[in-house]
Design a protein around this ligand. Sequence first.
Ligand code: 5GP
Length: 237
Amino acid sequence: MQMTKGKQLYEGKAKIVYATDDPKQVIQYFKDDATADNAKKRGSILDKGSVNNQIASHLFQLLEKEGVPTHFIEQLSDREMLIKHVEIVPLEVTMRNITAGGICRTLGIEEGIVLNPPVFEWHYKSDELDDPLINDDHILYALKAATVEELALIKKLSIQVNDFLKAYFAERKIDLVDFKLEFGRYDGQILLADEISPDTCRFWEHGTRRKLDKDRFRRDLGDVESAYQEMLKRVVG
Ligand code: 5GP
């Protein structure tokens, strides 16, 4: 599709959003920049932008076929995705199938405990506050960030995404440990937005528990680029 890239609308830690000649569509450009610990740690992962765009584009298309509405329209190039111009709901959903990261710190439990059923969390999307863990009442009555109906739909869609992705990665010998999702509003609809990639998910190689995601960068484990390439091969290859 011929699409004119217009002015920059927003620059985040890992992506830049550009206008197009259609106000209802924008271009999401994936950078190699990497941050961790709320941008206290900064760096770059070679070709991460390209890997994440390819993985996210592939997964959004599969999820659409499963009946999950997403912001994805088309992969335009190596690092560019054409998306619907949503208004992001300022919430982050975390789905956890195995304990790691935040849940271990919050509850003082060890990494690697299987969570069945999975654990669903709401976080308030706020860099200043470090994306705090919040509950439905915080969202509905304190923040007034979404409606009861929106929360119910986002939760239902998140469970559907987890069920699908967990099985999809299991077939590729990957344990889907946890992931973060964001949603947006578009024409009165709730759409899955942002990205699904090794930046936003924890992936462990089944059996060995080798980490194949951004934890290699966060925890200085080395072999970061090769882990991203390995995930690209397993997802798309
Ligand atoms: P945790 O709460 O354990 O730090 O993160 C849970 C999961 O959500 C991990 O897979 C992590 O990558 C993802 N996640 C949570 N918050 C963020 C965020 O602000 N940015 C990104 N890229 N991923 C996040």
